[in-house]
Design a protein around this ligand. Structure first.
Ligand SMILES: [Zn+2]
Length: 339
């Protein structure tokens, strides 16, 4: 079959790779309905994350179960399933506490930019839809797997509440999903920080009530203006740079919360400043498995349409163009067709 392999920064290829097989009795094999490129795939693509040899790419997926190992009990061949980018047993103390992305048996998904995928810990990782979804729901179910689940976690970690105020730092796909999540959680004022017209428009469509295009100190000053001079109670940090993290912390009011889901690259936080800031910080890889049942239900009942975040669709063979388009910010997020 075809699969996606990153050889060196900028050198991404679609080429013949081995088909996956059941390796453990807890594995399942899926025939994927579609797959996509993640903003985090751009870190190694841009050479900002070391590569130890060729890297098989892809960690967002949904599709039909075609085979299960002998120990798998909760999913069976023929079912349509969605899984997290983070495989988890769903039984260990961290999973039971709601943090499957810190599972004692955690494995990060890889090799999902391909037609067939092996999913470890299938019982803990996968959630089946109640019935076979209509074709037009595939992009939204795919979004649940990571980008929506991560935006949702940013809002959850930032303690977004009905009637509250949320600021979203970052207008990439995750930030836009953070806007959608804050809206679903009932925030009354949702301020999206974005400098790009097309992304501002999508943020407004997903539920933003205000747009702030300034950055840094000016951006923080605008947030103050919009929050009666006190700052926001909830801030979603969806980038992972020093500038975005500083901006997020400064935008929160004392006692407020920052949910940070952009993988930090070169971010440092001063302990004494943090002490006197009096703000809650919670971040990390999103515990998407915790949210899967609710998010699948919201998509299947057509209450949300996160699939709109995909603004470029290509066949898997053209994966290199998909990476280029996202790298050059011509596309927000690329969906890869598999048939
Ligand atoms: Zn676990």
């Amino acid at each position: 079959m075809l699969g996606t392999v990153l050889y060196s920064p900028g050198d991404i290829r679609c080429e013949e790779v081995a088909e996956p097989e059941i390796l453990q009795p807890t594995d399942a094999i899926l025939k994927l309905a579609a797959t996509c490129i993640c903003g985090s795939d751009l870190w190694p693509y841009r050479g900002l994350q070391p590569l130890n040899g060729p890297m098989h790419m892809g960690h967002e997926y949904c599709g039909v179960v075609v085979e299960v190992g002998s120990a798998v009990k909760t999913v069976k061949p023929g079912q349509f399933v969605v899984g997290s980018f983070c495989c988890s047993d769903n039984t260990c103390p961290h999973c039971r506490f709601g943090f499957p992305s810190s599972c004692e048996n955690r494995e990060f998904m890889t090799r999902a930019q391909a037609p067939l995928l092996r999913v470890p810990l299938a019982d803990g990782t996968l959630v089946a839809t109640p019935y076979m979804p209509d074709e037009d729901l595939i992009p939204s179910l795919l979004a649940v797997s990571d980008v929506l689940g991560t935006g949702w976690y940013a809002a959850d970690a930032a303690r977004v509440r009905p009637g509250g105020t949320a600021v979203v730092v970052g207008d990439g796909a995750v930030g836009l999903m953070g806007v959608l999540a804050a809206r679903q959680m009932g925030a009354e004022k949702i301020i999206a920080m974005s400098r790009h017209k097309s992304r501002q428009d999508l943020a407004l469509e997903f539920g933003a009530t205000h747009i702030v295009s300034e950055r840094g100190d000016e951006g923080v000053a605008r947030i103050r203006d919009l929050t009666d001079g006190v700052g926001a109670e909830s801030v979603l940090e969806c980038v992972g740079t020093q500038e975005s993290m500083s901006q997020a912390i400064a935008s929160a009011r004392p006692g407020g919360s920052v949910g940070f889901v952009g993988v930090p690259h070169g971010v440092e936080i001063d302990g004494q400043q943090l002490f006197f800031a009096q703000k809650n910080l919670l971040g990390g890889p999103a515990p998407v498995r915790r949210f899967l049942p609710d998010l699948i239900d919201l998509v299947m009942t057509r209450k949300i349409n996160p699939g709109k975040v995909f603004d470029l669709e290509l066949p898997l063979q053209d994966v290199a163009e998909g990476y280029r388009a996202m790298d050059e910010r011509r596309a927000i997020k690329t969906l890869l067709r598999l048939s």
